[in-house]
Each structure stands twice: as structure tokens, then as C-alpha cells.
Design a protein around this ligand. Structure first.
Ligand SMILES: [Fe+2]
Ligand SMILES: [Fe+2]
Length: 144
């Protein structure tokens, strides 16, 4: 790959990540409004606590895409909705697990492009998403 292609691949990947972060923000807002059942207070707190993380990730990605000469996307990945709390948590688990894999790939692409500052930031974001994924998994595992 030429340097130019390497950079384009990275920018396209970051834009896909940005669409995923928008999706996460919208999902957490919508789900926190709709969760029902005996665990609603804890779930509302859990979901709303993740929104600032995802917003920070989205802002960082948008800034970085623009710095690299790209245009940040404005459309989220399609948001899945459900009437059932457990299914909402399952959607969150799937999305967070996918995000961890995407950032793992993006870290390699950032390194290939010589963008080490970006790589370090992506590692921190991967760490945040891993916590989100694992906490969601624990809730699902104990669901009656
Ligand atoms: Fe995120
Ligand atoms: Fe997350």
C-alpha cells in the first residue's frame, strides 16, 4: 500500500468508528429512557454513566479525522431497538464487543500510518470499551 492508501484506509476506519460512537450515545440515551423492571434504577445509572465516555470518544475521533484531512461523518450506525430490557443489554454487549475488535484493528492501522499518538489514544478507548463489554456481560450472565 502507498502512504496515501494507508492514510485513506485509516481515515475510513476512523469514520466507521465515529458512526459507532454516535450509535452508542443514541442507544444509551434511548435505552435508559425505556428500561423497565426491578433493576431500572441501576440500569439507568449504568447506561447514563457510559454516555460521557462515548461522547468523548466521538469528539476525539471527529477531531482526529479532520486533522488527518478527512471529513467526519454525521450519520450513526443503525440503532437497534427493543421493548425488552434484556435484549437492549444484549445489543449493547454485541456493539461493545464489535467496537473492541474494531479498535484492535484500528490500532494496527494507526501504527502502520506512523500515527503513534492516535494509537495510544485508541488503546485507552479500547480499554474503556472492554470495561463496558465485560460489565454488560456480567449483567447478562446473571439474568434469570
Ligand atoms: Fe466509545
Ligand atoms: Fe462503550
Amino acid at each position: 500500500m502507498t502512504q496515501e492508501q494507508t492514510l485513506k484506509t485509516l481515515i475510513d476506519g476512523l469514520n466507521d468508528d465515529l458512526a459507532g460512537e454516535y450509535n452508542a450515545i443514541i442507544s444509551y440515551i434511548q435505552y435508559s429512557a425505556r428500561v423497565t423492571g426491578p433493576y431500572r434504577p441501576q440500569l439507568v445509572q449504568f447506561l447514563q454513566a457510559e454516555i460521557p465516555d462515548e461522547q468523548r470518544h466521538a469528539q476525539y475521533l471527529a477531531d482526529k479525522i479532520a486533522s488527518l484531512g478527512g471529513t467526519p461523518v454525521v450519520e450513526p450506525r443503525p440503532v437497534k431497538t427493543s421493548d425488552h430490557t434484556r435484549e437492549m443489554l444484549h445489543f449493547i454487549y454485541e456493539a461493545e464487543a464489535e467496537t473492541v475488535e474494531n479498535y484492535r484493528q484500528r490500532i494496527d492501522q494507526a501504527e502502520a500510518a506512523g500515527e503513534i499518538g492516535l494509537k495510544v489514544q485508541l488503546e485507552e478507548m479500547l480499554s474503556d470499551e472492554t470495561t463496558h463489554r465485560d460489565e454488560t456481560k456480567k449483567m447478562l450472565d446473571g439474568w434469570a
